[in-house]
Design a protein around this ligand. Structure first.
Ligand code: SIN
Ligand code: CO
Length: 377
């Protein structure tokens, strides 16, 4: 945490978190030296056409923005360059490419609970998605070509009415830079920005979510509904005749109010909810179970000699004795917790003499579910 990092332009993690994270933008020239990008535009369009991928196509024609979501077919991208400015954006590239997961790993100094995904965009000269702001912290790493980033810390966040993209009505550029391969721009949430492709241009966005409290609270109530236990039934042995039978009486109101106030939760509930909610894969994500799974003893030997690695799509979090994998919680003993937390931190397990039996049987279960495989990366 106190080592100067090239990725952060010579700042330590602690300095970056103290002075920039969630506070102000930071441009870092050659944050990822030698970075040339991980795929070419044709390969990105190939990913956009997969049926297990979320993608968007933004086009700007005749002074109008249009936005289309997946599913896409290759023909959707044919002849686009002749029609004006456009950009294709593909989400979750860290779930599709090992090199994408490796790029995201460089940002391990931010908790995994905050990570959204790696989005990759391609735009020909002049393309982009227009001036806007996001509810995200984002590290924008330039790959192919050059992108002009214009930013503003303006308070006015009025949007263009009726536009399919959330475009800022009055974007006042305060600073701008042209980024080339390996350069990186960090933007805190709500910092207005506009990225314009200077030539054939690909940008790699490592995004960190900042969930709305409203969404968290609604989802927490969903979590809680399966866990509350309030004993008893409504009773009114002292019922008095009412002048208006259609009115809800005070006694009923008070009695039900007292019962509902018995709904209780503690930090453990909040932790369990957060672990399950934040590790839940997005709805389009599916795992492929092994077609001919090996029996547990062979699997154990394979993990002991070769280690294990999480599937690129697996999301794993943990907290004090509980590990959360793809939306499920597992409470484990101390030794297992230490081993499984190592797996969650590094997304892989080194070969080892032996893992506690509880950890070994969870690993085997996750192997059967397609959440991990034996072998190193
Ligand atoms: C991009 O076009 O690569 C980034 C889009 C954004 O500004 O969020
Ligand atoms: Co943005």
């Amino acid at each position: 945490m106190n080592t100067k990092l090239t990725l952060l332009g010579g700042l330590t993690v602690n300095e970056f978190l103290r002075d920039y994270w969630q506070k102000k933008p930071l441009l870092i020239r050659q944050a990822v030296p030698g970075f040339k990008g991980l795929l070419d535009p044709r390969q990105l369009i190939g990913l956009a056409c997969r049926n297990d991928v979320q993608a968007r196509l933004a086009t700007y024609q005749r002074r109008q923005w249009k936005l289309r979501y997946e599913p896409f077919e290759p023909v959707d991208f044919e002849g686009l360059s002749r029609k004006g400015k456009w950009s294709v954006l593909v989400q979750g590239v860290n779930h599709l490419l090992p090199q994408g997961a490796d790029l995201v790993k460089q940002f391990n100094f931010i908790p995994h609970a905050r990570l959204d995904d790696l989005m990759v965009s391609y735009a020909p000269k002049g393309g982009g998605v227009g001036p806007h702001f996001d509810a995200y912290d984002v590290f924008l790493v330039q790959g192919l070509g050059h992108r002009r980033w214009q930013i503003s810390t303006q308070k006015d966040q009025t949007l263009v009415e009726g536009a399919p993209l959330r475009l800022l009505k009055d974007f006042k550029v305060e600073q701008e830079w042209v980024l080339e391969a390996g350069d990186m721009l960090y933007l805190p949430p709500h910092c207005a920005h506009n990225g314009i492709a200077e030539d054939d241009c690909m940008t790699y966005s490592i995004g960190f979510r900042t969930p709305w409290y409203q969404e968290l609270a609604e989802q927490f109530l969903v979590y809680l509904q399966d866990r509350i236990e309030i004993a008893g039934t409504y009773a009114d042995p002292d019922l008095k005749a009412q002048k208006h039978p259609s009115e809800i009486g005070d006694d009923m109101l008070q009695q039900v109010g007292r019962a509902i106030r018995k709904v209780r939760w503690d930090d453990e509930d909040v932790a369990n909810f957060l672990g399950c909610y934040l590790s839940e894969p997005k709805p389009h994500i599916f795992f492929a179970a092994p077609s001919k799974p090996m029996p547990q003893d062979r699997f154990d030997r394979a993990v002991r000699t070769r280690g294990a690695k999480l599937d690129l799509k697996t999301q794993m979090l943990c907290r004090t004795g509980t590990v959360f994998v793809n939306g499920d919680a597992h409470q484990v003993g101390k030794g297992s917790y230490t081993a499984l937390r190592g797996l969650a931190d590094a997304r892989s397990l080194p070969p080892s003499e032996k893992y506690p039996r509880e950890a070994a049987s969870l690993l085997y279960q996750w192997y059967l579910d397609g959440y991990l495989t034996p072998g190193a990366r």
